[in-house]
Design a protein around this ligand. Structure first.
Ligand SMILES: [Zn+2]
Length: 258
């Protein structure tokens, strides 16, 4: 029998670590984890470096983090929002709620779907983790595609979880808005808190992305988990629809549960 695997859909080459770094670091399971970095062609950098260098730098950082957190990093090489024509930061973060209504995005939606299908075929995951799709247009687009693929996942008996996109879910209102929309669309979400004592490992991993985040951004991300309770660091949501027979199992780490 083939070893079961977990596929994490990461909008950019740092989102899996930002949103799931502690749970990845603390897992005991030998489950095979693949992170599919969807919009991995990106030249965003907080460093004063050239376009070509920025493109390479983030990939190098993601490869380094994948070794720390023990996952296989894959890159789709699809262009991130700015390289698809979104000019202003306002359009990219918080200002575009339904990017699929723009015809210029239809090509990319199909491209993302094909990449996910190909990853499903090659990795045969039993679990897929996708972003809730909060605030950032690339996150929203990826969440949209995976929702469209719900029947496909269900037919393959794949459990779908949404992870809370960090740092965007720090904006509680924005997160609640997305959860409400999912509920209106007929999805039932059941939260699962990730209990982890590996926050230091997460901090170490996030510091590797020095082209992406400053110390204070990392502090905010780590502090996000604290109000959830002692040693709870991240949260994911099991997705089902009332007609499904899916049900969640108790507590603990998702990576060990299934
Ligand atoms: Zn992102």
């Amino acid at each position: 029998m083939e070893k079961k695997s977990i596929l994490i859909l990461s909008p950019h080459p740092d989102d899996a670590a930002y949103s799931l770094g502690a749970s990845l670091a603390c897992r005991n399971s030998d489950r095979h984890i693949t992170v599919l970095n969807v919009f991995s062609k990106q030249d965003y950098s907080i460093l004063n470096i050239k376009h070509e260098e920025a493109l390479k730098q983030i990939l190098i950082e993601e490869q380094a983090v994948s070794l720390c957190l023990r996952y296989n990093a894959m890159f789709c090489d699809l262009p991130e929002a700015r390289l698809r024509g979104y000019k202003r930061l306002r359009e990219i973060i918080g200002g575009t709620k339904e990017p699929w209504k723009q015809s210029s995005e239809h090509y990319w939606i199909e491209a993302v779907r094909k990449e996910i299908l190909s990853a499903l075929d090659s990795n045969k995951p039993s679990i897929v983790l996708a972003p809730l799709g909060v605030k950032h247009v690339d996150h929203i687009l990826l969440a949209y595609v995976i929702k469209q693929m719900w029947s496909e996942l269900h037919a393959r008996k794949i459990r779908l979880f949404f992870f809370e996109d960090l740092p965007y879910c720090i904006d509680e209102q924005a997160k609640i808005e997305v959860l409400n929309i999912l509920s209106q669309e007929g999805f039932v979400l059941k939260p699962k808190n990730i209990i982890s004592d590996s926050l230091n490992d997460k901090v170490r991993a996030l510091k590797v992305y020095h082209s992406q985040s400053k110390e204070r951004d990392i502090v905010k991300i780590i502090e996000y988990g604290k109000p959830m309770g002692i040693s709870i660091s991240e949260r994911i949501w099991l997705v089902s629809r009332p007609t499904d027979e899916t049900k969640s199992t108790g507590k603990g780490n998702i990576y060990d549960d299934y």
